[in-house]
Design a protein around this ligand. Structure first.
Ligand code: PGA
Length: 253
């Protein structure tokens, strides 16, 4: 089945208004007329509205880097799905390994975020991935399965087809060490099979599974040539318009 490629730029905790606007404008320019793939930017919350303005009418979509499950209330430091929508966002990254590792977000909390995003019509991008110790200890599939099963608990098939999954091995994020295309494909196929078992094959065939972890202009083509890799979640290389442009315009091999 042909799935529409999705290229996501995760800006993490980078950019103030001026550089965010320049970067967004440069990226938007290169996306004009792109018909066969989706591009999504995840800038910091503080610049979402300005970036939304810069990419208006270009087809580029926006995501928040995290999201709460409540519309409003006493949740200091959180951002609600309504606020994300209001600022022009259409999606939210959830369960990024930096949230899991540095801020100790666990699978239960992450599941609340996934369901919260869906309840308000935001597309959740649920990130999963093993640490180096887990990989070396032969735990990769067990960890991924746990993260997927608990992250998606209570998500019905109709919402699942809208949900995006991202496999991001923790040892490959920001390290310059990409998983080989074979390592990535192996886990992506495992995830798709798992989703087929949890839902139906038809659902698993439709969902997009992104790879993340040191995606660069020189490895994107080989990654995108794998059967179960439907896109990329890009950190460092998404902060430079030229390198992200090359990633967006990956070559089919
Ligand atoms: P990286 O980050 O491309 O800098 O490795 C990816 C991510 O954290 O989503």
């Amino acid at each position: 089945m042909k799935r529409r490629p999705l290229l996501v730029g995760n800006w993490k905790m980078h950019t103030t208004v001026l550089d965010a606007c320049h970067l967004a404008a440069d990226i938007a320019k290169t996306c004009l007329g792109l018909e066969d793939r989706d591009v999504l930017l995840a800038p910091p919350f503080t610049v979402l509205s300005q970036v939304a303005h810069m990419v208006a009418e270009t087809g580029v979509l926006l995501a928040a880097q995290n999201v709460c499950w409540e519309a409003q209330g006493a949740f200091t430091g959180e951002i609600s799905p309504l606020m994300v929508l209001d600022a022009g966002g259409a999606a939210a990254i959830v369960g990024h390994s930096e949230r899991r590792q540095i801020f100790h977000e666990d699978n239960v909390l992450i599941n609340k975020r996934v369901r919260g995003a869906l309840a308000f019509g935001l597309v959740p991008i649920l990130c999963v991935g093993e640490t180096l110790d887990e990989r070396e200890g032969g735990q990769t599939f067990k960890i991924i399965e746990e993260q997927i099963r608990s992250g998606l608990a209570g998500v019905v098939a109709a919402d699942m087809v809208e949900t995006v999954l991202a496999y991001e091995p923790v040892w490959a994020i920001g390290t310059g060490k990409t998983a080989t295309k074979e390592q990535a494909q192996e886990v992506h196929a495992f995830i798709r099979n798992l989703v087929a078992g949890m839902y139906e094959k038809d659902v698993a065939d439709q969902i997009r599974i992104l790879y993340g972890g040191s995606v660069k202009p020189d490895n994107i083509d080989a990654l995108m040539a794998q059967d179960d890799i439907d896109g990329a979640l890009v950190g460092g290389a998404a902060l430079n318009a030229e390198s992200f442009e090359r990633i967006i315009h990956f070559h089919k091999i």
